[in-house]
Design a protein around this ligand. Structure first.
Ligand code: NAD
Length: 248
């Protein structure tokens, strides 16, 4: 792995514009389980049952009880790890321009990253399904499930559920930064959820190097990624940054 860490440090140092695409794996070291893979939430739940807009519309109480309540408890406690902090540092160094994240936990912003595209929205906010009023998730009271707005409308996370559209501005900007970058870091994503999984393909077809960081290979590994650094996100990011410091 040392060779690949060195190669990534060199590729990042030489790049003119770096974009990162992150997934649930970057937040595993912060105590947030991913969906897929070992220990993932899908071992406990059926995704279509708990995270599909149709299920929510049919029975919001059930979806709140099965998924959102647990997610709120986990997210309220989570803090950024070395991967979030390392990416924020790369931005401060002027190397990383934009993070496209599929995560809904807000941890990149908490770590200090300034340019974060939230491809799937953010669970840190809830909005009323009737009047659109927004509430910080940490401020809502779960004595009543589903929680309700002051107008009595049902609250839902300001995140994209299965069966819903990606916010058009997030989709448009993600395509643009994927097209413009010369290196894309793809960290902690199974690269299965569409259309997010197309972003590294757009980068590759536009001439960028694609560097994957993941303990497991993904559908991108053989044909799209230039190389895969097999490891956990925080550890790999810490080692890349320390290699870059040695090179300065
Ligand atoms: P995923 O759950 O499908 O896949 C997780 C990936 O992370 C796997 O490839 C796994 O091998 C890898 N991984 C696990 N531990 C890792 C670690 N320590 N370091 C690096 N990689 C690690 O995640 P996805 O591709 O992001 O897609 C699932 C959807 O789930 C996303 O759309 C996202 O919105 C949602 N989600 C978000 C969170 C969050 O906000 N933290 C948590 C769970 C799911």
């Amino acid at each position: 792995m040392a060779d690949l860490i060195k190669r990534a440090a060199e590729d990042l140092s030489a790049a003119k514009m770096v974009t990162a695409l992150t997934g649930a794996g970057v937040s595993v070291e912060s105590g947030i389980p991913p969906f897929r893979g070992k220990g993932g939430l899908w071992e406990k739940y059926d995704p279509m049952e708990v995270a599909h807009i149709d299920s929510f519309m049919q029975n919001p109480e059930k979806v709140w009880n099965l998924l959102f309540k647990d997610m709120k408890a986990v997210l309220d406690k989570a803090a950024p790890n070395d991967c979030h902090k390392g990416l924020a540092k790369l931005e401060k160094l002027g190397i990383l321009k934009t993070i496209i994240t599929q995560n809904v936990d807000g941890l990149h912003q908490k770590a200090g990253s300034g340019d974060v595209i939230e491809f799937h929205g953010n669970m840190a906010w809830q909005r009323c399904m009737d009047c659109n009023k927004r509430y910080a998730t940490s401020s809502i009271n779960l004595n009543q499930i589903p929680p309700r707005c002051s107008c009595d409308g049902i609250l839902r996370p300001d995140a994209v559920l299965f069966g819903e559209m990606i916010p058009p501005d997030a989709l448009w900007r993600s395509r643009k930064v994927a097209t413009d970058c010369d290196v894309m870091l793809v960290i902690g994503t199974s690269a299965i959820v569409q259309p997010a999984a197309l972003i590294p393909i757009i980068a590759k077809e536009s001439g960028a190097k694609v560097i994957e960081i993941n303990p497991e290979p993904t559908p991108l590994t053989d044909d799209i990624s230039d190389y895969l650094i097999r490891g956990i996100a925080g550890d790999v990011m810490r080692r890349i940054l320390s290699q870059m410091e040695k090179m300065l």
